[in-house]
Design a protein around this ligand. Sequence first.
Ligand SMILES: [Zn+2]
Length: 496
Amino acid sequence: MDIYQLIQELVDKGINKQLIEREDEVYVRNQILSFLHLNSFTQKESLSALREIPDILEEILHYACQEQLIENTLDEREILSSAIMNCFLSKPSTINHTFYQKYKENPVEATDYFYKLSKDSNYIQTKQISKNSSYKVDTEYGEIDITINLSKPEKDPKQIAKEKAAPSLDVNYPRCLLCQENEGYKGRTGHPARANHRMIRVNLLEEQWLLQYSPYVYYNEHCILLSSVHRDMKINKDTFSKLLMFVEKFPHYFIGSNADLPIVGGSILTHDHYQGGRYEFAMTKATDDFLFKIDNFPNVDCSILHWPMSVIRLKSKNAEEIVNLSDHILQTWKKYSDRTVDIIASSNGEEHNTVTPIARKKNGIYELDLVLRNNRTDDDYPMGIFHPHHDVHHIKKENIGLIEVMGLAVLPARLKEELIQIENFLLGRSHQIADYHKEWAQELKTNYKSQLNISNIKDLLEREVGKKFLRCLEDAGVFKRNKVGQQAFRKFLELL
Ligand SMILES: [Zn+2]
């Protein structure tokens, strides 16, 4: 296709999406021309109003590769496409100004604006995300979400070779994947292109924090709130205050933090950050196993959730009292050991107990969930005693972080193909399955025998994957849902 036509199509789409105005047309077009080493422009009608920005960009990138303006590798393509999309975006100060103008009217309008902007600017990788395979499974704990993560672009051999050959400069900029230094950063081999990335400034407890969306959203309006300072994740009393302060400002969002220890935390422990969004997880809707009160905190209603992990839910109109009680629970838990259920607070000078906290505000009532975690390992469980055990690793062996805790399984891409192989195996069409699935596949074959057919196999496998994920959560639970575990849980609550 004609490059001038493509550029015009992209510019027209930008106007249509209200990224820019008609007044900006010539200016933005000229910027794009410079990225494509073009010195002139021949006016063309844009042909189609139907194509979306990622599709038009892809054709422009194809042109750039053909003309040898860039190498056809993942990073060079992303650097160019994010630079082109940056032409459509205002500077951070202007975007923050617009955000807070809208916020004055209504916080929902503000986040709606910023979410749409983050998608239209192609910062959120909508096209990649649409490749994910997602479904819900009904369980005794409610409807849990399963996502097979196919959105992260696969690196081709050329890209891998390039990364290997890249001089290991002592580049310490941007300092990490989350740091504010990413806002507008061009990108390089080994660090993502962020020219089209913008962040919203949010004050929490006299500190500046930054709100952004995840480029690979796992659920609606999946956002990340990060400290403007590069410092380690730390769960303490201030964390609880900040989480509640955030839901005070944005009551339509929940916000939670990954735990601050390896094995039970998320993938980034070196930059203090939280994750939130506008989505109701199964855990949000979980019922109470039982209710209780804790002395000295008369205004907080406490309950234990009906959930595979060990969760204390606190509810009150009084945020300060929730914060104080949360801190009391955290401090008590950090020192707590109960060898009858393998909970040991520290070994070799290393602390093992922490929490995954999640905050919400519903009808004027604050809600804070504290999920008790322990990251100890031993000879039987070298990857973690309260971590998915070996027999479920064929489905998931990664950390049970905040998102999984709430009931959304993010499963590895390999499963897409592997589950099809298992379907074929169960239907007797083939015997080719990965070794690590064999035991499970054989078990399913024995259990379901004659019931299996082409019309129910998919549902059945989806349900079975859901069961495996629940097992992962049960493994991560510190107080098991059996008699011994529940007695031990009550013993801990007595201490509170
Ligand atoms: Zn950082």
